[in-house]
Design a protein around this ligand. Sequence first.
Ligand code: ADP
Ligand code: MG
Length: 385
Amino acid sequence: MSQSVFPLAGGQWLGMLGGGQLGRMFVHAAQAMGYRVAVLDPAADSPAGAAADRQIVAAYDDAVGLDALAAQCAAVSTEFENVPAASLQRLAAAGVRVGPAGEAVAITQDRIAEKAFVASQGVPVAPHVAVRSVADLSAAPDALFPGILKLASLGYDGKGQAVVADREQAVAAFREFGGAACVLEARLELAYEVSIVVARDFEGRHVAYPVSRNIHRNGILAVSAAPAPGLPAALAEEVERIGLTLVAGLDYRGVLCIEFFVLRDGSLVVNEMAPRPHNSGHYTIDACLCSQFEQQARVLAGLPLGATRALAPSVMLNILGDAWFATGEQREPDWAGMLAVPGSRLHLYGKREPRVGRKMGHITCVGVSMTQALAGARAVGGILG
Ligand code: ADP
Ligand code: MG
């Protein structure tokens, strides 16, 4: 749809490529502001599709589906970093406002290009080499071992990664990955991990949310606390400065998350970027005036960026399918028990089938202090198992 007038009036259509939980929470936020949302996803029963005003069931690179989305919507975003950049470019060519642009997404989709971009902005990344052949592994510096071999593209939640003690294991892992392009990076001694969600609009204005401190289990985010407890103020400022540098450097439009490692010596390293709202930013729904999803909708609609300040400290716990199998046989988790914990809020994504490792929902515990939010999270976590 061309010649849309921004800011978009209520009732106009926003489009979402991807039907996962991030898209679902976007749908909720956009609808709360009076917009209608069309979701394109290959699955007919996607979490976002179930909430959307219109569902287009098509592959992410399906020309007919993309053209239908373009015909319906004034502006389109994505909730899934592996949507082909060419699909975003096709929508843009049809005259639709697209944020983020395919060019920015293409960088975040490829760990090799991503690390090169981050380094080009003067921001530290983990010591690494690009691996396209066994010869690249033979030439890799000894200092990269023990290391982690990561597929350059299509990995998520720790998938497509292998911890490798030495060169021999790296070669074996590379073969295991079918010889696809990878990065080999040094396994760093992490003190802890943090992330920041930033947003930039089509006029180039930007905002940053408070930094989250994250705990991963088996490569999947488990717990996220914000504003990051124990993070020195100078480091929090540095994370924000880097976040705003990267979002501007990418000429980015939309919501971007940057994951960081804080090393034992207190220095910061960028791990990776996600061209969309992020699991570690879910706390913004319950603890900030304007959530990361509303922010995404505001950017698309051409509305002013919303307030990012945390109104209260919060701790988010992810709910994986594992919670259904805590006793051995499948059983619904004790939601009532968890929601009896003061300050807790439940978000379930409407996925019918719980599976081990599958993100089913999350709970945010909001407190008047971080101590209280952490106590709430401990109580909820005790019931969740
Ligand atoms: P994904 O795309 O699956 O999120 P990441 O590259 O972010 O993959 O890795 C997932 C997690 O694995 C990180 O959050 C961190 O806990 C751990 N990890 C990744 N790379 C390193 C590294 N170089 N050194 C130490 N830990 C790492
Ligand atoms: Mg990650």
